[in-house]
Design a protein around this ligand. Structure first.
Ligand code: NOJ
Length: 547
């Protein structure tokens, strides 16, 4: 087994994790690398295996670091390469792996390649990017779009560059021109960027929008989406068959994987939003992504039956040797505690940390941080700013607010004098790490207990899974087993009703012992296989010598 299979991945959004003072002793309200170093002991106490840090590279920050101006350096806001090397060493010393964000689909418009590319039509780097003439016709050239492609942030996917009279293509912000992987020099250059970090000792990459890296060679119009709601935004009214999952993408990914395989024990997890059958192709024959992110728990209704069915479908669709993984949230999705409510937030963590496969946890979810409603005037995210009518749906600031460490002014995220780059949650004085560390019944205590159990028990960190039908509406149950060791039964109540569980019936007479409840109640009697279960409760029972 590899570290990325058995360990939990914890995502840090570096702007929001911990601000430390800069060289002049002044905090700026934006998190940084020295801040992360300060919190490594905390991260270690979560029994996680790795941290994934969202982009920390030089960037004009139009998309908060996902617009990279230099792949081989650190943004001064976050620190220096020396700080990064120290972070890596200190993390490794604590047994924590470090995964960086690689953003190969697009650069910032400030990247040296694009500066050259846009300088003239005959610049040698012109075709590093996707440039097209205005469509034929009347009217000003900037209105004659090359095709019907749209951006994820609202607006068309083409920006006209008057000095050279062509459009460049971008599926995100206009400051994020997309690289042309049909140009023979682009992929080798990106592979060198990977080697730069791998040589420094980085353990792997989370690869941004990996399935979008290749575009249709002919740039054909995307067809209408017959399932679109009448009021859907233009992006959702077309099917993205020429901008994503385009034939040829797997060859690119195999070459990226080959670079990782030049080193020991490195990995990549690909950001991919695709239906199950397509998602699975990104494992390749064990020669593409170590894991394509499985985001379905974010999109599915929070329903025991639906999720049980999906676990079966996902497990059944995995290719031979394909290692599963699960995600409840990230910096692009509304917080899990907001989506399912505080009572179910505990059940959600028990689900994430007991399923088969690598869990990815978003910072702050371990204390139940919720979305923070941010008025439009204070929005920072381009996805909000470009879609003012629907910014509450698409805006991503609410899930990116500063980590709530303690009850002091600014929650311990930054100094009391500094202004955090996004507002803090109103409840930070009560919902914070310090308060939850002192409360044995807190979500943080539950998280630690779950993560410790997962780490200690082979059945949980590598064993098989079998979804079991207990015949109770609103209750999801599954068994985790490993050769020769104890097994576990996980029972999750997605509803508010109490239930009496007849485990005898479900398990065929196995002796059971309650190991952990989401309520963190120390003892509960399981008599003759009968156990009472509260509403919104999840439990883990031990099955002695199962299997
Ligand atoms: C996916 C990232 O997760 C998101 O935050 C970003 O805006 C887009 N890719 C563009 O890089």
């Amino acid at each position: 087994m590899h570290w990325w299979q058995t360990g939990i991945i914890y995502q840090i959004y570096p702007r929001s994790f911990q601000d430390s003072s800069n060289a002049n002793g002044i905090a700026d309200g934006v998190g940084d690398l020295n801040g992360i170093i300060r919190r490594l002991d905390y991260l270690q106490s979560l029994h996680i295996g790795a941290i994934w840090i969202s982009p920390i590279f030089p960037s004009p920050m139009h998309d908060f670091g996902y617009d990279v101006a230099d792949y081989c350096d650190i943004h001064p806001l976050f620190g220096t390469l020396t700080d990064f090397d120290r972070l890596l060493a200190e993390a490794h010393a604590r047994g924590l792996r470090v995964i960086l964000d690689l953003v190969p689909n697009h650069t910032s418009e400030e990247h040296a390649w694009f500066v050259e590319s846009r300088s003239s039509r005959d610049n040698p780097k012109r075709d590093y990017y996707i440039w097209r003439d205005p469509a034929p016709g009347d009217g000003p050239p900037e209105t004659r779009l090359p095709n019907n492609w749209q951006t994820h942030f609202g607006g068309v996917a083409w920006t006209y560059d008057a000095p050279t009279g062509q459009f460049y293509m971008h599926q995100f912000h206009r400051s994020q021109p997309e690289l042309n992987y049909r140009h023979p020099e682009v992929l080798p250059a990106m592979l060198d960027n990977m080697r730069f970090w791998l040589d420094r000792g980085v353990d792997g990459f989370r690869v941004d929008v990996i399935w979008l890296m290749l575009k249709d060679a002919e740039l054909r119009d995307e067809p209408p989406n017959p399932d679109a709601a009448p009021d859907a935004r233009p992006f959702d009214r077309i099917q993205h068959i020429y901008t994503g999952d385009v034939a040829g993408i797997h060859d690119i990914i195999r070459q990226m994987r080959a670079v990782l395989d030049e080193y020991d024990e490195r990995m990549m997890v690909g950001e991919i939003y695709l239906p199950l059958e397509r998602l699975m192709t990104y494992y390749g024959n064990g020669d593409e992504c170590h894991m394509p992110f499985n985001f379905q728990l974010i999109g599915l209704p929070w329903d025991a039956r639906v999720i049980g069915d999906y676990i079966r479908a996902y497990e059944g669709a995995l290719p031979p040797g394909g290692w599963p993984n699960w995600v409840l949230g990230n910096h692009d999705q509304h917080r899990i505690a907001t989506r399912v409510g505080p009572a179910q937030a505990r059940v959600a963590q028990m689900l994430l940390l007991t399923l088969r496969g690598t869990p990815t946890c978003y910072y702050g979810d371990e204390i139940g941080m919720e979305d923070v409603a941010i008025p439009f005037e204070q929005c920072m995210d381009p996805a909000a700013l470009q879609q003012p009518e629907t910014y509450e749906i698409w805006g991503r600031d609410p899930e990116r607010t500063p980590m709530q460490w303690d009850a002091s002014p600014n929650a311990g995220f930054t100094t009391p004098e500094a202004t955090p780059w996004l507002p803090l949650a109103a409840d930070y004085a009560t919902r914070n790490v310090a308060a939850q560390e002192n409360d044995p019944a807190s979500l943080l205590s539950l998280y630690r207990a779950l993560a410790a159990l997962r780490r200690a028990e082979p059945a949980l960190n590598r064993g098989a899974i079998e979804v079991i039908d207990l015949g109770i509406e609103g209750v999801l149950a599954y068994r985790r087993t490993a050769e020769g060791g104890d097994g576990f039964l996980v029972v999750l109540n997605f509803g508010e009703e109490m239930h009496e569980l007849n485990l005898h019936q479900a398990l065929g007479g196995q002796a059971t012992e309650l190991v952990l409840s989401t309520e963190l109640i120390p003892s509960r009697v399981v008599t003759e296989g009968i156990m009472a279960m509260n509403g919104n409760e999840g439990v883990i029972l031990r099955l002695r010598q199962w299997g």
